[in-house]
Design a protein around this ligand. Structure first.
Ligand code: FUB
Length: 346
């Protein structure tokens, strides 16, 4: 376990200027680790503290970006912190590639949930055939270490699991295009060849399925998460606001907010609905482009305020596969819409 009080103090003192080791224009955000590269932060309140689960970027011999191979991560980290300030308590290697019997490479964005006396970490990785699947690992403590189940969750595919609980159940969202392989599936069946929709056709939707009580299996076949425009039509494949990856769900005042990354247009967008399955109606942009190719986020309420955890590549000087997690406050307008946050890309 490591703590990062100097990081928080430095970033508070630097408010309004460039921050971190690189030159990120300011959006009021604070970086969470000063001497390392942590990405894809997934934040939850567990036992009264904010716990953030991150993937762990590293310099690697893999430089070919085909299918995202250069995102070549081998372990996860957990951070405990107060988003308003103070120390960051860090726990390393809470789950490593070597701990996962079915996985061959690429521990991409994870998420976690506490239930009863256990904490569950949901994570994607490529299996021995090179297909992304989603696994679950269990620990008695939020900081791990986590023990992986011997096989991935049956019926899962693609990447970016996000787990969400409400009184009706616990739901697993997932999916990601291109390197995330969502284009390789239709109706939960693997295609012979990947197939992207044509411009003008409906975009490929993310997926959601309810989890079993023990959180180790799905209770149903994954369903499409529909994201509709104001006319009730699905967002199209050539719409810069369509889903790409990084699903997240949160609820505020009975409204279900489904948010996600748009990939090549580099936005975090959101859509709202009245239940976990949707459909969701597109509402707007949460975060404009950050430095770096990927953008990935989570949203959590803590201390009576709302927080956006995200990442950028400013501290690495713009290296897309070396990202740094950060947090800033998120604000709602009176009508429940989310105020857009500048991501800081010059
Ligand atoms: O970190 C690897 C991948 O990059 C994640 O799974 C995506 O969401 C993107 O952030």
């Amino acid at each position: 376990m490591r703590t990062y009080l100097p990081l928080f103090l430095a970033s508070i003192l630097c408010a309004g200027t460039l921050r971190g080791h690189g030159a990120a224009p300011d959006n009021g955000a604070r970086y969470l680790a000063e001497d390392d590269f942590l990405a894809d932060p997934a934040a939850h309140v567990i036992d009264g503290r904010v716990w953030v689960y991150t993937s762990h970027d590293r310099r690697t011999e893999v430089t070919d970006p085909t299918d995202g191979a250069h995102y070549d991560m081998r372990d996860y980290c957990a951070l405990a912190l107060d988003p308003r300030g103070g120390t960051v308590e860090r726990h390393d290697a809470i789950l490593t590639l070597d701990d996962v019997p079915w996985a061959s490479r690429q521990l991409w964005a994870c998420d976690a949930l506490q239930r009863g006396d256990s904490c569950y970490l949901f994570f994607p990785a490529r299996d021995r055939q090179g297909d992304f699947r989603i696994g679950v690992a269990v620990s008695a403590r939020p900081e791990g270490p986590f023990a992986a189940e011997p096989e991935p969750i049956a019926g899962t595919y693609s990447i970016d699991p996000a787990v969400f609980e409400d009184p009706s159940g616990i739901y697993l969202y997932f999916g990601g295009l291109q390197g995330g392989q969502l284009q390789c599936y239709r109706d939960n069946v693997r295609l012979e060849e990947p197939r992207f929709p044509q411009p003008g056709q409906a975009a490929l939707p993310p997926r959601v399925a309810r989890l079993s009580d023990d959180l180790r299996s799905l209770t149903e076949a994954p369903r499409a998460v529909e994201i509709l425009d104001e006319r009730g039509d699905p967002l199209r494949a050539d719409d810069p606001h369509r889903f790409f990856e990084a699903a997240w769900m949160h609820v505020r005042d009975g409204v279900y907010y489904f948010s996600y990354s748009t990939g090549g247009s580099h936005l975090i967008c959101y859509a709202t609905g009245d239940n976990p399955y949707g459909p969701f109606t597109y509402r707007g942009v949460i975060l404009t482009p950050v430095v770096g190719w990927t953008t990935h986020h989570s949203i959590v309420e803590y201390g009576g305020r709302w927080w956006l955890f995200h990442h950028d590549s400013a501290p690495s000087g713009g290296v897309s596969s070396l990202r740094s997690a950060k947090v800033c406050e998120l604000h709602y307008e009176a009508d429940g819409s989310i105020r857009t946050i500048p991501g800081g890309r010059p």
